[in-house]
Design a protein around this ligand. Sequence first.
Ligand SMILES: [Zn+2]
Length: 223
Amino acid sequence: MDDTPVEKIIRSRRRTIALVITPDGHLIVRAPLKAPAALINTFVKEKSGWIKKKIGEIKQRPAATVHAYEEGETFLYLGRVYPLHIVKSENGAIERTDRLCVCRSLLPDIRNRLKRWYMEEARKEIHARCMWFSMMTGYNPTSIRITDARQRWGSCTHKGGLNFSWRLIQAPLEIVDYVIVHELVHLRQPDHSKKFWAKVKEMMPDYEQQREWLRENERLLRI
Ligand SMILES: [Zn+2]
């Protein structure tokens, strides 16, 4: 079998060589400024077993969702699957029943319209969950905002506000809750120290499962 080709070598003022596998399964090498190419090659060869294993794991993960926005295509909301249903009316509505019903007149701009709908739903749902956990913990965010972030599910500002990506609302509720708890704890503990994880665990004893779910399924949360 051939070795995995190196996608990119990033040189910097570092002292060791490190390998990074990107979320789409590419190999990136981080190397010291003057590390000879032969040394890098040897390093990559020695690690080829590990590289293949990691890339294999990534290929096992669900593929990114690509939508053509056609009747019957599935969309996620709080972890449940809803088939898209194009409704023959002109009222411009999007409604979630056992299907995701979208008025035909929205079709030319359906991606944006759906995104706006998700953002609105995320605002209500995430706000309510956040208030609940805030009450349970006594950690009070100064604001709660819904963002368009692609990879960062949640973040907190130095003014004590919390941001959440609308994409999160596609994940099951316990995943949404985990991200909320994670960000709330950051209000008291800005780093990812042992103390931070201990506080997260106190509020959500099985948080590691939710973390793992996010890592494995992030590609499902694109529309
Ligand atoms: Zn964090």
